[in-house]
Design a protein around this ligand. Structure first.
Ligand code: AMP
Ligand code: ZN
Length: 469
C-alpha cells in the first residue's frame, strides 16, 4: 500500500510500526456549533482509510478528539448565558448524530481536551525541564521553536523565514515571547473563562498541546498515521511534532495525511458569503449517504467543489448501486443452483479483475474515485449478466462482492425503509390498547419496536407524542 506522506511529499510504501496493526490519530472538530460539510470531509475520508485497513486485515486503533475548550466555545457560552461545558457537550452529541448519519464509525476513543488537562501539565513541565519551553512574565508558557532543530519539517518551512514572517505580527498578551515564532502551551485565564490551576498560572492550554498529549495517552509515543485537513499542516501539526518529539525524544507519526479543502461553487465556504452549510442542513435535502458518496467521488487530496449538480450526480450514482442490489435481492427467491455454470465462471473471473482494480486503486494512496468506478463496472456486469436463469451461487457472489466493496467506502447497500406516519400511529394505538388491557409486556415490546425504527415515544398529559430520534 502506498500513502502520500506530507512529511516527504512523496508516496511511500506503508510499513506499520507493529505488523498487522495501525495506530491512527485524526484531529477532530472544535465543538461550538453543528459541524459543517467541510468538517465532514476528513471524517468521511479517514473513516474510509480506516475501513480499508480493516478490509486488508489490519487491526486499527483510531483516536479522534473533540476540542472542547476554545475561544469560539467560550464566546457562544457567553452569548447564551450558559457555561462552556453545556455548549461543548451539546455539540459533541450533535456531532455524533451526524457521524452516525454519514455512517462514520465511532473512534476507538474520542478524548476531550478538558478531560486531559493533567497529561498536558505533565508534558508542558517535561518541555520546560528539557529546555524546550519557558515561562514568560505573564505566566504564559511558550514552546521555544529555536530549540527544536526539525521545526518546519512538515510544512517545509525554514525557521529563519518563519521568524522573519512572524516578526511583524504582534499578538496582544504575548509580548513576553523570546521569539515571534514561539507558540503558546499554556495561557493565563481571562475573566469569566474556564480555567485550571497550574504551576505557572491559573489558565488553560494552547490549542496544539492537546493532540500531542491525547495521542500519547491513547496510542503511545509513536504512531503510524496522523491526519486532518490541509489547513492543519501549519501551524497545528508542525507544532504537535515539535511538542511530541521534543518531549518524548522519538519520531512522532510515521505518515502524515491531509485532505484537500471542500469549496462551495468554487469559493471558500464562509458564513459571510452565504455559502456555508452544516451537515444537518444538507441532511434535510439528501440522505447523508449521498454526501458520503459525493466526498468519495474525488481523491481525498484534491480540492473538492460542492454544488447542487454534483450532489444530484452522486444521488443518481448511488441509486444505480442500490437498484442493482435490490434487483439481486429480488432474484434470490427465484434462482437456485450451488454450482456456477461455465459462463458464470467466466463472469466471476471478470468480476475478480474488477475487485483487483478496486484494490489497486485503494492501495494507491486511497484513490476512492477509481475504486468507485470499479464498483460501477461491477454493477454493470451484474445488470447485464444476472437474471432469473442465473444460479443462486452467481447471484450470491455478485451481491456479496458489491456489498463488501461498498462497505469499505461506508456505503450502505440496502435502501433505508421509509417510516410512514400512519404505521407509527397504528402501532401507538396498539400499544395504548395493550396498556388498557394491562398487557405491559406487549406495550413495552411495541415501544421497543418503534425505537428500533427510530421513533421515540413520550407519554404526556395530552396523550402520547412521538418524534424521530
Ligand atoms: P476545525 O473544527 O476547524 O478544527 O476543523 C475540524 C477538521 O475539519 C480539521 O481536520 C479541518 O482541517 C477540517 N476542515 C475544516 N474546514 C474544511 C473544509 N472546508 N474542507 C475540508 N476540511 C475542512
Ligand atoms: Zn490536533
Amino acid at each position: 500500500m502506498k500513502i502520500f506522506n506530507t512529511l516527504s511529499r512523496t508516496k511511500e510504501e506503508f510499513v506499520p510500526l507493529t505488523p498487522g496493526h495501525v495506530k491512527m490519530y485524526v484531529c477532530g472538530p472544535t465543538v461550538y456549533n453543528f459541524i459543517h460539510i467541510g468538517n465532514a470531509r476528513p471524517m468521511i475520508v479517514f473513516d474510509t482509510v480506516r475501513r480499508y485497513f480493516e478490509y486488508k486485515g489490519y487491526q486499527v486503533e483510531f483516536v479522534s478528539n473533540f476540542t472542547d475548550v476554545d475561544d469560539k466555545i467560550i464566546k457562544k457560552a457567553i452569548e447564551e448565558g450558559v457555561d462552556a461545558d453545556t455548549i461543548s457537550q451539546r455539540y459533541i452529541a450533535e456531532c455524533k448524530k451526524d457521524m452516525e448519519s454519514m455512517n462514520v464509525k465511532p473512534a476507538t476513543v474520542h478524548p476531550q481536551a478538558t478531560q486531559e488537562i493533567c497529561g498536558m501539565l505533565e508534558m508542558i513541565q517535561t518541555l520546560i525541564d528539557k529546555g524546550h519551553a519557558y515561562v514568560g512574565k505573564s505566566g504564559t508558557v511558550y514552546f521555544r521553536t529555536g530549540s527544536f532543530k526539525d521545526y518546519g519539517k512538515l510544512s517545509h518551512k525554514n525557521l529563519d523565514e518563519l521568524q522573519s514572517g512572524f516578526r511583524e505580527i504582534k499578538v496582544t498578551g504575548e509580548e513576553d515571547k523570546e521569539d515571534p515564532s514561539d507558540f503558546v502551551l499554556w495561557k493565563p485565564k481571562k475573566d469569566g473563562e474556564p480555567y485550571w490551576e497550574s504551576p505557572w498560572c491559573d489558565g488553560r492550554p494552547g490549542w496544539h498541546i492537546e493532540c500531542s498529549v491525547m495521542s500519547k495517552k491513547y496510542l503511545g509515543e509513536q504512531i503510524d498515521i496522523h491526519a486532518g485537513g490541509e489547513d492543519l499542516i501549519f501551524p497545528h501539526h508542525e507544532n504537535e511534532i515539535a511538542q511530541s518529539e521534543a518531549a518524548n525524544g522519538k519520531p512522532f507519526a510515521a505518515y502524515w495525511m491531509h485532505n484537500g479543502f471542500l469549496n462551495i461553487d468554487n469559493k471558500k465556504m464562509s458564513k459571510s458569503l452565504g455559502n456555508f452549510f452544516t451537515v444537518r442542513e444538507i441532511g434535510e435535502k439528501y440522505d447523508l449517504q449521498v454526501l458520503r458518496f459525493f466526498m468519495l467521488s474525488a481523491h481525498y487530496r484534491s480540492p473538492l467543489n460542492f454544488s447542487a449538480d454534483l450532489m444530484e450526480a452522486s444521488k443518481n450514482g448511488l441509486e444505480r448501486i442500490l437498484t442493482a442490489m435490490e434487483r439481486l435481492t429480488g432474484l434470490e427467491g427465484k434462482v437456485s443452483g450451488a454450482e456456477l455454470t461455465a459462463e458464470e465462471n467466466a463472469n466471476v473471473a471478470a468480476a475478480k479483475e474488477l475487485v483487483a482494480k478496486y484494490e489497486a486503486a485503494m492501495d494507491d494512496d486511497f484513490n476512492t474515485a477509481d475504486a468507485v468506478s470499479a464498483v460501477f463496472e461491477l454493477v454493470k456486469l451484474s445488470n447485464s449478466t444476472a437474471g432469473e436463469e442465473s444460479t443462486r451461487a452467481y447471484v450470491d457472489y455478485l451481491k456479496e462482492t458489491i456489498a463488501r466493496l461498498c462497505d469499505v467506502l461506508g456505503i450502505l447497500t440496502e435502501r433505508k425503509k421509509e417510516v410512514l406516519d400512519s404505521q407509527v400511529e397504528e402501532m401507538i394505538a396498539a400499544r395504548q390498547q395493550a396498556r388498557k388491557e394491562k398487557n405491559f409486556a406487549l406495550a413495552d415490546q411495541i415501544r421497543q419496536q418503534l425505537l428500533d425504527m427510530g421513533i421515540v415515544l413520550e407519554d404526556t398529559r395530552e396523550g402520547v407524542k412521538w418524534k424521530k430520534a
